[in-house]
Design a protein around this ligand. Structure first.
Ligand SMILES: Cc1cc2nc3c(=O)[nH]c(=O)nc-3n(C[C@H](O)[C@H](O)[C@H](O)COP(=O)(O)OP(=O)(O)OC[C@H]3O[C@@H](n4cnc5c(N)ncnc54)[C@H](O)[C@@H]3O)c2cc1C
Ligand code: SF4
Length: 482
């Protein structure tokens, strides 16, 4: 990993340029595409709406105001109001991510091929496996070592005996400060600004930050460039000699297409939905070392559940502390003894993304079986937290006791009716289900390439960054080679 940070932060003049490839978005997909396209000798311009990533010295609120789209305040439209968390900065969501790497599961790829045999030649497994190995090496993906498990990771390990395992992460120099979501203060995390974008810049790519792309220029059924606006108000026009790559993140990619009236077909949006369980431990579990996400278990993958230990910024953790009046004050006074576990549930529901004037409206209603899965996940996490040593566990489920101290009390959670609105839910993993042609272009518009997980026909059930980078690599590699 290198760190030259030589992108161009905004502009005080109008810009009019051209390149072989224009890439919109500098996150997992965009930065990875730029790395392969520029690496193959093509001229590349990357346009990123957000600013250069800055380490937030404060807490969760500083993170939301500086680095999140809409301050993290956007929710789905539907019965469940799921908070949609997306990075809006150089490096995209990886800059505020936990750097966990889960390889694209081969069985998911097989399921894609079974449903539509074209995936076999669009994304040959051998090609995916080859770039996965290159990316893992370039991004120094390593297993979280015992000294970085911290008390919370140890509690998760004790909570899931024989089922928990350390995470694999791109953070080779991690010191366990547990502040990944606020941008690594030590530069130890392999967010793609450090692993991919820097490499692209060294190979000649130009990267503009604080430049929002407003629309793609389409002429005679062909994408020929893009028009954007800098945060200074200055305008930019970038013409693409070869292709325009959309890597805005699934929700924004689909919204941009919809805003222009371009027809998007396909089975529609899926997401992984996250919920949290917190608890009070007898000793200090936060602020005494341990990386952000040290432990996970795949034991419940067949049920669509991924479970992890997670260190949250203090302000976010405070949100999980129950009670009012003196009970709340007492619990907040010992916040460093509060730990949290999270679940990521592979929702079966499909939704859709519509454009608003300058953003997206996400219509998504969980199915009753999805809500049942969430209750199951919370029950599993709560039980594990008690087993892992918590004095009391806070399941965060409306209708369940707010503080649980015995395994007996937990059985009631899974018996609750799967009504909407029982939990605080968030989502950070999106899969667009947008139909594309064999060049990953929008059918009917040549040279308009969708390069992020908007093209994934369904969710994948694991942390998606590695899969997104792997797929983006194959897409960019194909365009780079002709
Ligand atoms: C808090 C958090 C923690 C996470 N932790 C993990 C983890 O540990 N492991 C894992 O595998 N996954 C994790 N993820 C998910 C992972 O980061 C994302 O799935 C992945 O980054 C998505 O890649 P992307 O390129 O599609 O979008 P992003 O990485 O979000 O990048 C899209 C970029 O496009 C830019 N953009 C959007 N619209 C425009 C426009 N009009 N003009 C110009 N630029 C635009 C955005 O500002 C953004 O920077 C996490 C996500 C979050 C939010
Ligand atoms: S846990 Fe701390 S040191 Fe490690 S990668 Fe995250 S922010 Fe950096």
């Amino acid at each position: 990993m290198v760190a030259n940070q030589s992108w161009i932060d905004g502009s005080s003049v109008d810009v009019d340029e051209s390149a072989d490839f224009i890439v919109i978005g500098s996150g997992a997909a965009g930065a990875t595409c730029a790395r392969w396209l520029a690496g193959a000798g093509h001229s590349v311009i990357v346009l990123e709406e957000g600013p250069s990533a800055q380490v937030t010295r404060g807490d969760g609120y500083e993170l939301t105001t500086k680095l999140l789209r809409d301050g993290g305040g956007q929710t789905t439209r539907g019965a469940d109001a799921i908070e949609l968390i997306q990075g809006r900065c150089i490096g995209g969501s990886t800059t505020i991510g936990n750097a966990v790497h889960s390889p694209f599961p081969e069985r998911e790829w097989r399921a894609w091929v079974q449903q539509d045999v074209r995936w076999a030649h669009r994304l040959p497994w051998d090609a995916l496996a080859q770039v996965r190995d290159i990316l893992d090496a370039e991004q120094a993906v390593v297993k979280t070592p015992p000294e970085l498990w911290g008390p919370l990771g140890q509690a998760f390990l004790a909570g899931f005996p024989g089922q928990a395992a350390p995470t694999w992460r791109s953070a080779p120099n991690c010191q366990g400060s547990g502040r990944c979501m606020q941008v690594c203060p030590l530069g130890a995390k392999g967010s793609v600004d450090r692993t991919m974008l820097d490499t692209a810049v060294l190979a000649g790519a130009r990267v503009y930050a604080q430049c929002r792309v407003d629309r793609v220029i389409v002429s005679a059924g062909k994408a020929t460039g893009v028009v954007g606006t800098f945060s200074s108000g200055k305008k930019g026009t970038w013409m693409a000699k070869r292709a325009v790559f959309l890597a805005l993140g699934t929700l924004q990619t689909v919204a941009l297409l919809a805003r222009q009236g371009l027809v998007v077909r396909g089975p529609g949006l899926q997401m992984h939905v996250q919920a949290w369980v917190a608890g009070l431990f007898p000793g200090v579990v936060d602020g005494v070392g341990g990386t952000s996400v040290a432990m996970e278990t795949h034991a419940f993958r067949d049920e669509g559940l991924e479970l992890q230990s997670i260190r949250l910024p203090k302000a976010m953790r405070a949100r999980l502390v129950p009670g009012v009046g003196p009970a709340l004050v007492d619990r907040l006074a010992v916040q460093n003894r509060v730990g949290s576990f999270s679940l990521s549930m592979r929702a079966k529901a499909r939704g859709r993304v519509a454009a608003t004037r300058d953003g997206s409206a996400v219509h998504y209603d969980l199915l009753p079986e999805d809500r049942k899965s969430l209750l199951r996940g919370v029950s599993l996490l709560s039980e594990a937290m008690l087993r892992g040593g918590a004095l009391e566990v806070w399941p965060q489920v409306h209708g369940a006791p707010c503080a649980v101290t015995s395994h007996k009390q937990l059985h009631a959670i899974e018996q609750l009716s799967p009504d909407p609105g029982r939990m605080w839910l968030t989502a950070t993993h999106f899969f667009g289900g947008v139909d594309v042609d064999d060049w990953f272009a929008l059918p009917g518009i040549s040279n308009l390439v969708l390069a992020d997980s908007s093209v994934f026909p369904q969710s994948i059930g694991v942390q998606p960054r590695a899969a997104i980078q792997t797929v983006a690599s194959v897409i960019a590699g194909r365009w780079a080679s002709v």
